[in-house]
Design a protein around this ligand. Sequence first.
Ligand code: NAD
Length: 725
Amino acid sequence: MIYQGNAITVARGTKNGGDDIAMLTFDLKGESINKLSSAVVAELDEAVRAIREESGLQGLVIGSAKDVFIVGADITEFHGLFEKGEEYLVEMNLKVHDIFNAIEDLPFPTVAAINGLALGGGCEVTLTTDFRVMGEQAKIGLPETKLGILPGWGGCVRLPRLIGADNAVEWIAGGTENRADAALKVGAVDAVVPNEQLEAAALDILARANAGELDYQARRAEKSGPLKLNAIEQMMAFETAKGYVAGKAGPHYPAPIEAIKVIQKGAGEERARAQSIEAKAFAKLALTDVCYNLVGLFLNDQVVKKKAGKYEKQAKAVKQTAVLGAGIMGGGIAYQSASKGTPILMKDINEEAIELGLKESRKLFSKQVERGKLTTEQMAEKLTHIRPTLSYGDFGHVDLVVEAVVENPKVKDAVLSEVEGQVAEDTILTSNTSTISITRLAQNLKRPENFCGMHFFNPVHRMPLVEVIRGEKTGDAAVAATVAYARAMGKTPIVVNDCPGFLVNRVLFPYFGGFSLLVEQGADFQRIDKVMEKFGWPMGPAYLLDVVGMDTAVHANEVMAEGFPDRMARDDKTAIQVMYENERLGQKNDKGFYAYEEDKKGKPKKVSDEQAYALVKQVAKEEKEFSDEDIVARMMVPLCLETVRCLEDGIVETPAEADMALIYGIGFPPFRGGALRYIDAMGVAEFVKLAEGLAEELGPLYAPTAKLRQMADSGERFYSTQAQG
Ligand SMILES: NC(=O)c1ccc[n+]([C@@H]2O[C@H](COP(=O)([O-])OP(=O)(O)OC[C@H]3O[C@@H](n4cnc5c(N)ncnc54)[C@H](O)[C@@H]3O)[C@@H](O)[C@H]2O)c1
C-alpha cells in the first residue's frame, strides 16, 4: 500500500499482476458518491507526494470504487470558503494547481479510468492525466458556470488545449454533461469501453505508452504549452462565441462570458500563467451575489430533494393512478404520468374532452419524437399508458387518484365522494384545486386521512413544482405516496400546509396587489413589465396576468381577499377587475393587458393595445412618477412579506423550501435565490425600513410582521451565511 486515507487509497500493482503500476482509487468512506472536499484535496496532495517518493513505478491509473467517478468539488463548503475573500481563494486554487500539476508532471505515463459521472473538479482531475478511458454509460463535463463560477482547477486551461477552444467554450459556457460518445468524438477521452474493461483498457494504454507506441510526453507538452490558434480561429472561437453566449445567458449570468475571457486570455500563455489568470477570475466570480445565490439554490435544492426522499422511503408503491377530468390540467397530468412510466386512467364525463386530452398528449409525444428523444415505437408504447374512460370500471386497482375537474366546490365535493366509493380502502385521493381549502374538501370524505392536495402548475409538462398540501386530517401515508408519485413524474414536490392560496398563490397574489396599486397611482403597466423583466422575471406582471387568465385571477383574488381581508381585500375596482368585466381575459381570448396575434410558429405574440390603456385609465387616480427602483420595491415587498408570513405561520417549513417553491412555481429569478434570500441580501433591517415606509403610504399589504421587525433588531437572517459583494 502506497497511501491509505479516508477517501483515497493508492496501491501497487493490479488484479492482473505486475506491481509497477500505482492504482489511485477514490472511495469516500460513509458516502455513496465521491466529492472533492477540502479534506479530500488534502489527501490527494499526500497521495501524490507518496506516489512521487515510491520507486520503481511505471504508470498511474486514477479510478473510482463508487458508481460515480467524482461528482465535483464539495458545494456544501462553498459559502464558507467564499466568505474568506478573494486573496484566500486565489491562494487556494493555486495550491490545488500545484497538486494537479504534480500529477501531470509524474515521471511515467498516467491515465484516468472514468467509470461514471466526472463533473467539475472530478473532470478536472481526469484532465491532469495523459490519457483518459471512459465507460460507455459515464458522463463528463464542467458545470461550474451554472453555479456562477468557472472551472478553477485547470478546466479553463487544459480542456481547450485538449479538445480545441471552440469545443471547450461549448462545454464550459454551456455547463453540459457530455456522454461518452460525444467526449470521444471531440477527443476529450481516448477510448470508450464497457465498465468491466476499463481497467484493462487503462493498463493497455500505459503499456503502449511505455513501449513508445503512444507519445505521452507530447500530450503533456500540448496540455501545458500555449494554445495554438491563428487569428481567424481566435476570432471564431472567442468573439463569435461571446456574442452568442451573452445572448443566451442574459445580463444576469456573467460566469459563462467570464469563462470564455479566461480561456482567451490564457490562450497564448504557458501553464503557470494561464492557471494564475484562471485563479484570479474564479475568485472574483466566487464573490458575486449571483454566485452566492446560485450556490444557495443548489443547496436549497438538496434540502428539498432530501425531504422528498424521506417521504418517498415511507411511501406505499404507486403503480397505477387515475386522473379525473381530461381538461387542460388533467390532460397534462395524464401525459406526464405516462411519459415517465406510471400507467394512468383518464376519466371524464365528456367524450369530447377525452378526445381533446388524448390529442394534446399525442401532440406532446410527437414533439419528443421530432426532437429525437423518443422513437415512434416508444411513443406508441407510452400512449398505451393512458387509458381513457367514461366509467369507474377499473378504479378498484388504482393506488392514487388526482382530481382535476372544474374549479367548483360543489362539483368537486360530489366527484370526490363518488370516487371514494369506487376505490380501495387505502387508495390515496388528491385534488389539483388551486383555490379550495383541502381541509374543507376533506369534510365530505369518509377517509379524510387518505386525502391531500396535489397542486400542479400549467403547463404541467414544463413546470417543475408540485405543491403537496396537507389538510387538517391528512395522514402521513397520503403525503408520502403523493410526494413519491410527484417524484416519479419527474417533478419537485414541496409539502405545505393548507391555507387560502396554499404557498405559491398566496405569495403571488400580493405581488399582483402591488401591481394594481402601482397602476392606480399612474404607473404605466408596460413599463412595470419591462422593469420587472429587467429585474429577472421571465415575464412582467401584466403579461403574467394575461397568461394566467383574468377570470382565474379575479376568482383567486376573491378567495385570497376572503382569507386575508386585512391586507388583501379592496373596496375599489382594480385594473384586473376592469379587464375581466370588459371580457379581456388574456391569452385565452386574445386580449387582456395586451392584444395577442399569432406569430409564424402559431404561438401567441403580444402587442400593445390602445383599448387596454383606455380601460386602465378608469382606475388610475393619480399621475405619480416612479423610478425603476420604486417599481421593484412596490412589486417585491408584498411578495417577500407574504413569504415571510407563510414561514411564520408554518405553511412552509423552511426558508429553503419557500424559496425553491417560488423559483420552480412562478419563475422567481433564480440568480436572486428566492424571496427570503432577497431579503437577506438587502439586509433584514434595510428591508423592514423600506416596507415600513411603503406601509405608511399604501397600507397593511406592505406592513412587516412583528417577528420580522424583531429579526431586524437582533440582526437575525433567514440563512446563516453572508453574501459578499
Ligand atoms: N388551468 C390552470 O392553469 C390550473 C393550474 C393549477 C390548477 N388548476 C386546477 O385544476 C383543475 C382543472 O382545471 P382545468 O384548467 O384543467 O379545467 P378544464 O375546464 O380544462 O377541465 C376540467 C375537465 O373536467 C371535466 N369534468 C367536469 N366534471 C367532471 C366529473 N364529474 N368527472 C370527470 N370529469 C369532469 C370536464 O369535462 C373538463 O374536461 C381545477 O381545479 C383548477 O383550479 C388549474
